[in-house]
Design a protein around this ligand. Structure first.
Ligand code: ATP
Length: 360
């Protein structure tokens, strides 16, 4: 079992604050992803959990034991960098045995653990092969085996698939997730790739400028982002943010956009500001023949099973997802409305989502 808790974790390099008073509980057996743009503090957080960087202040608990100021070797955690870090001149068996020999285990213990890891990764038939002779996928599995063979309490992975091409990456995402499930370890995984995060994680923590903005399941992060930043970082194409030039009051359930009125979920709080945003994903809008918001078709992207329309309006460009058999022409005037109740009002003064019938 391995639960990792970070409490008021803070790291500065001179005057620069890389991680700001972060709090997180990563549950036992969870596949937990730290996601955010370059420089937001993901790697620094991971390195502090691993013991490769000391916190400036705050605590890190591994199964309730404060390990924040222990050396890396005193924590039962494996850090997987890029998956390529292997010894090419050695065979698979020796690559896998290496971390165990460092632990001074007996020959028979090493053999048993190597075989167990190799079977899990389906590379037991390759134990005598030289790493340099292996195909890419098998080589990746050996690299994973190197981390796995010690059976640590937790795996920390920093963009492990960073250098792989798209096809391989997809395959390795599936393999990593399956491996995680097979061995019941806790995994903390760093990436800046939202698709990778969405496809693998039990929960995602979205970070920006050293701060954890939200930690939730991919579904909640996608559908109910708490801030405009989180909403914008997830989804492809991203959420539309339509400016609303009116103050929002509690219990409001429609807004004026241009000369029409759009239904929104009943709000539970209001704003002080007159400048707010309606956050709506492209799949939560629909084309209508009357009483909608008017615009002109500016672009049509055909994506096989669906199309993404870019609509030029006086409120800016808005993206709408439609079925691929929907016929629209460039420059055609269309109208759109909300499809369901999945809209979010973001307070223009602080970019936070308002509580509503939908958000709560
Ligand atoms: P990336 O995906 O680019 O690695 P990240 O989110 O992992 O980004 P970190 O590597 O944690 O970000 O870095 C956060 C900030 O801290 C960056 O601005 C980085 O330049 C700075 N930083 C990291 N390590 C050091 C260091 N040893 N000395 C000074 N600044 C550092």
């Amino acid at each position: 079992m391995a639960e990792i808790e970070i409490k008021n974790l803070h790291k500065s390099f001179g005057d620069f604050v890389a991680v700001k008073n972060s709090n997180l509980i990563i549950e036992n057996k969870e596949f937990f992803v730290l996601l955010g743009p370059s420089g937001c503090g993901k790697t620094t957080t991971l390195r502090m959990i691993a013991g490769l960087e000391l916190p400036t202040s705050g605590n890190i608990y591994l199964d309730k034991e404060d390990v924040g100021y222990l050396r890396a070797s005193q924590r039962d955690i494996a850090f997987v960098f890029q998956l390529f870090a292997l010894y090419p001149h050695m065979n698979v068996r020796n690559n896998l045995a290496f971390p165990l020999k460092m632990q001074k285990l007996s020959r028979s213990e090493v053999d048993a653990k190597v075989l167990e890891a190799a079977k899990l990764l389906r590379i037991d038939h390759l134990l005598k092969s030289k790493v340099s002779s292996l195909a890419g996928g098998d080589r990746q599995r050996v690299a994973l085996g190197r981390a796995l063979v010690r059976r640590p309490k937790a795996f920390l992975m920093d963009e492990p698939l960073g250098t792989l091409d798209a096809e391989f990456r997809e395959l390795m995402c599936l393999e990593l997730r399956k491996l995680h499930d097979d061995i019941d370890a806790t995994t903390v995984y760093v990436t800046h790739d939202q698709q990778e995060a969405m496809s693998m994680a039990d929960r995602i923590a979205v970070m920006n400028e050293g701060v954890v903005l939200q930690a939730d399941s991919p579904k909640v992060i996608y559908n109910k982002p708490k801030t405009k930043f989180v909403a914008n970082f997830i989804g492809s194409p991203g959420m539309n943010f339509i400016p609303i030039n009116e103050k929002i009051s509690p219990s409001q359930s429609s807004i004026k956009l241009l000369d029409s009125s759009l239904n929104i979920p009943e709000q539970k709080e209001g704003t002080d500001s007159n400048e707010n945003f309606l956050g709506v994903r492209p799949e939560n809008l629909k084309l209508v023949s009357e009483n909608g918001v008017k615009g002109n078709v500016f672009g049509v992207e055909y994506l096989g099973s669906r199309k993404i329309l870019t609509i030029e309006t006086q409120l800016g460009n808005i993206k709408i997802r439609v079925d691929s058999d929907t016929q629209v022409n460039i420059n055609e005037q269309i109208q759109f409305d909300t499809l369901n109740n999945n809209q979010i009002i973001f307070d223009g003064s602080n970019d936070k989502a308002l509580q509503s019938e939908f958000m709560s």
